[in-house]
Design a protein around this ligand. Sequence first.
Ligand SMILES: N[C@@H](CCC(=O)N[C@@H](CS)C(=O)NCC(=O)O)C(=O)O
Length: 212
Amino acid sequence: MELHSFFNSSTSYRVRIALALKKLDFDFVPVNIRVLDHKKPEYVARNPGASVPLLDDDGFELGQSLAIIDYLDAKYPEPRLIPQDLKQRARVLEISNLIACDMHPLNNLRVLRYLVTTLGVSDEAKNGWYHHWVAEGFQSLEKMLERTNSDKFCVGGQVSLADCCLVPQVANAARMGCNLGAYPRVMAVYEHCNTLEAFQQAAPANQPDYQA
Ligand SMILES: N[C@@H](CCC(=O)N[C@@H](CS)C(=O)NCC(=O)O)C(=O)O
């Protein structure tokens, strides 16, 4: 199995966490999105989404981090990251979709680049955009975690896809200097997950392509 990943990519980070939780070995293939490796024709031929991550499981090539984690979960169910219980599964997907569909796309590299290079937005306005969407997303996430009565993990006292999404999103926001003090439940989940070896193994600083 190969994972095409960039150390600082939060979507790659989600999949790295899932692989580490499931204790799956994989070959690491770096894709430097800062120099547009993900736009090279040979890469796009394998991942039409032109983004990281890409999983290659014995020739089966799959993009989209949530689809990859769902695939891994079906193939290697231990530990299960998408619960089978109807309502817990719905809550896990609700939180994961908030992060993956509402938050992450607005602050993705190509969107931030478009703001600056095509729309001529200043760096200050671009940072304001980033902080605005992070704050809006985390306000919703905090309320969702109140509803699930989260403690160590987002849902049901066990690790799930939602935690694989939350940790990279918080790490990204912290790196961008966002004030996260207003989200105690979000931060409690983040801090607890980061005590676990799988989350540490998947962290950007522990990747072979890490650059300070
Ligand atoms: N929905 C996709 C998003 C993938 C994605 O956009 N990844 C980012 C890195 S976090 C990327 O490759 N960005 C390159 C760009 O924006 O040009 C997923 O979950 O895998």
